[in-house]
Design a protein around this ligand. Structure first.
Ligand code: SF4
Length: 504
C-alpha cells in the first residue's frame, strides 16, 4: 500500500526527512508526494507578486525534481489546503501521511489537527530545516526571562565548530567583530550586483498566472531570482566570490544607489529550504581559512546565519502565541498609505518603501533603522506593521517577521528579545547613508517646517515614554539629551510631531 509524504511549500529540502522515513517502509515508487498551492492562503494578504512567483516556481521545480527521481508527485492547486488533502486521500488512499513540522505556529497546529480531520495516521517529524532542530542551545527556557543573542550564538558556534580554535576559544580572539562593521559606503563604490537568473518556461508560466490572478503589491516583471537548488547554490557562490570580503565592513551601510550593497541576499532561498544554513556558514569559514575573506566579514556573516536567524526562530517558538498580540507602547495608529504607494517627501522612507514594493528586498538595516524605527516612533499598530512586512518582502515568513517586528523592530514585547528599543534620529541615518543629501528635510533641524520628521518624532517618543525608558540603562544617553531642552523647546517638539502624525 502507498504512503503519502506531504511537503510544505517552504520546506523544499534536498534531503527531506519525511521522504527518508517513507523510504524505510516502502519502495520509492510507492511514495506519493503531495505538494499544494492554497489559493486562500496566497490571498490572505496582498503579497508581493515576486514573492508568489518565487514560492510557486520553486515549489513546481521541486516537484519536477522529485518526479524525475522516481517519486509519484501529486501537485495540487486548490482553494484550501484541506480541500487539496481531502482530494488527495480520496484519489490515492494511502495508509499514512508523513510530514515535517511546519515552521509557523498556525501551520503546526493545523498539522496536529489533521488526524481529527481525516481518519488516517499522520506522522509529524521534527523540523530539521533550522539548526536549532539539530541542536538546541537552551532547551528549557524560562517564559519571562530575556535571553540575549550573544550567549545563544556562542553556544551555536561551539557546537557546530564554526570559527573555533581547538582549545575552545574563538578564532581571532573575539566572538564578535561588530565594531569593525559600521562603516558607511564611500562615494563611487560600485558593489557587484547579485547574479540574476533568466526565467525558464515553468517560471514564465507562474509569472503569467500571478500577474493575472493575484492583486498583490509589486509586479512580476523583472523577476530574476533563483528557483532551484542549483541556482540558489550559484547565488551563494556569487556572494562568496564577489561580496563576502566587504560584507562585514559595510554591513550597516545604506545607499540610495545600491540596494544589496555587499549583502548576500540569500535569505529568500534559505527560508524556502533551497540552501542549508550550516553549509553556508561552513563555506564562509572556508573562505576565511583560505585567506579569501577577512574575519570581520566571515564572523559577521556566520553571526547573521547561525546567530540571528536561528535565535529569531528559537524566540518565535518560545514566545508564541502571546508575542503576536503584544503591544507594550499601546500603539494604535493605522499603517499610513505611503507604505503601499511609496509616496512621501522623506527621501529615506521613499527609497526603502519603493524598493520593498518593487523588488521585495531591502537589507536588514534599512528594515530595522528606517522602516521599523519610523513605525515605532510614529506609534503604528504592530500587527499592521507585521502584515506589511509579510506582504512586501520576498523572504518574509511568520516565524521570522513576528520576532523581528514585535521584538527587535518595535519592542512591542516589552524587551523579551531586544535589550533596548531600536530608535534613532536623523543623525544615524545621515551617518550611515546618503539619503539626507537629497531630501527636502534638513537632518540637522529638530523643529520647524524643514526639520527632519525623524528628529521631532524621536524626541517626542523619548518625552512621551520618559518614565518607561528610565528603567533601561541602555537608554540613558537619550534621556540625558532631554536635559538640553527647555519647556518651550519640548512643547515645540510635541507640536511638530502631533501635526506630522495628524497628516500621515
Ligand atoms: Fe530621512 Fe530625515 Fe534624512 Fe530626509 S532628512 S532622508 S527624512 S533622515
Amino acid at each position: 500500500m502507498a504512503v503519502s509524504v506531504w511537503i510544505l511549500g517552504d520546506q523544499l529540502l534536498l534531503n527531506h526527512p519525511a521522504l527518508a522515513q517513507a523510504e524505510e517502509g516502502v519502495d520509492r515508487n510507492q511514495i506519493i508526494v503531495l505538494i499544494t498551492e492554497s489559493q486562500t492562503r496566497a490571498r490572505r494578504l496582498p503579497y508581493q507578486r515576486k514573492k508568489l512567483v518565487l514560492l510557486f516556481s520553486a515549489m513546481r521545480h521541486y516537484a519536477e525534481k522529485l518526479h524525475s527521481s522516481g517519486y509519484q508527485v501529486d501537485y495540487r492547486l486548490a482553494t484550501t489546503t484541506t480541500s487539496a488533502i481531502r482530494e488527495h486521500l480520496r484519489k490515492h488512499q494511502p495508509e499514512a501521511i508523513i510530514t515535517m513540522e511546519a515552521s509557523a505556529y498556525g501551520g503546526r497546529k493545523y498539522q496536529k489537527n489533521l488526524a481529527n480531520l481525516f481518519d488516517i495516521p499522520i506522522i509529524i517529524l521534527s523540523n530539521t530545516q533550522f539548526l536549532t532542530g539539530r541542536y538546541n542551545p537552551v532547551p528549557d527556557p524560562e517564559p519571562s526571562k530575556r535571553y540575549v543573542q550573544e550567549q545563544f550564538y556562542r553556544k551555536m558556534r561551539q557546537h557546530f565548530e564554526l570559527m573555533m580554535e581547538p582549545n575552545g576559544k574563538p578564532i581571532g580572539g573575539k566572538w564578535n567583530f561588530d565594531k569593525s562593521n559600521r562603516r558607511s559606503l564611500p562615494k563611487n563604490t560600485q558593489p557587484i550586483l547579485p547574479i540574476s537568473f533568466e526565467p525558464d518556461q515553468i517560471t514564465l508560466s507562474v509569472m503569467r498566472e500571478v500577474d493575472q490572478e493575484y492583486q498583490g503589491i509589486g509586479q512580476v516583471f523583472g523577476f530574476d531570482l533563483a528557483v532551484t537548488h542549483e541556482e540558489a547554490h550559484l547565488a551563494a557562490s556569487d556572494f562568496f566570490e564577489h561580496r563576502l570580503s566587504n560584507f562585514g565592513t559595510y554591513e550597516d551601510a545604506m545607499s540610495s544607489a545600491h540596494d544589496t550593497i555587499f549583502h548576500s541576499r540569500l535569505s529568500p532561498y534559505l527560508n524556502l529550504g533551497l540552501l542549508d544554513p550550516l553549509a553556508l556558514a561552513q563555506e564562509a569559514q572556508k573562505r576565511y581559512l583560505d585567506g579569501q575573506a577577512p574575519i570581520n566579514s566571515v564572523e559577521g556573516f556566520i553571526r547573521q546565519v547561525v546567530g540571528w536567524r536561528e535565535f529569531i526562530y528559537w524566540q518565535y517558538w518560545r514566545l508564541m502565541p502571546e508575542i503576536a498580540s503584544s503591544d507594550y507602547w499601546q500603539a494604535d495608529r493605522p499603517l499610513p498609505e505611503m507604505f503601499w504607494t511609496g509616496e512621501t517627501r522623506m527621501n529615506c522612507m521613499s527609497h526603502v518603501i519603493n524598493r520593498a514594493v518593487q523588488s521585495g528586498y531591502t537589507h536588514h538595516i534599512e528594515r530595522l533603522m528606517i522602516i521599523s524605527n519610523f513605525c515605532l516612533l510614529a506609534g503604528i499598530e504592530p500587527s499592521a506593521v507585521n502584515d506589511w512586512f509579510l506582504s512586501a518582502y520576498i523572504d518574509a515568513y511568520e516565524w521570522v517577521m513576528i520576532p523581528n517586528v514585535f521584538g527587535m523592530g518595535l519592542y512591542a514585547d516589552g524587551g523579551l528579545i531586544a535589550t533596548k528599543p531600536y530608535i534613532a534620529s536623523a543623525n544615524y541615518i545621515n551617518k550611515m547613508s546618503d539619503y539626507c543629501r537629497n531630501c527636502v528635510f534638513d537632518h540637522k533641524l529638530r523643529t520647524g517646517a524643514h526639520a527632519c520628521p525623524f528628529n521631532y518624532l524621536y524626541w517626542n517618543f523619548v518625552l512621551e515614554h520618559e518614565e518607561t525608558l528610565r528603567s533601561n540603562t541602555r537608554m540613558s544617553r537619550s534621556l540625558l539629551g532631554l536635559k538640553r531642552f527647555d519647556l518651550e523647546q519640548k512643547q515645540l517638539i510635541r507640536k511638530n510631531a502631533e501635526e506630522f502624525l495628524e497628516h500621515l
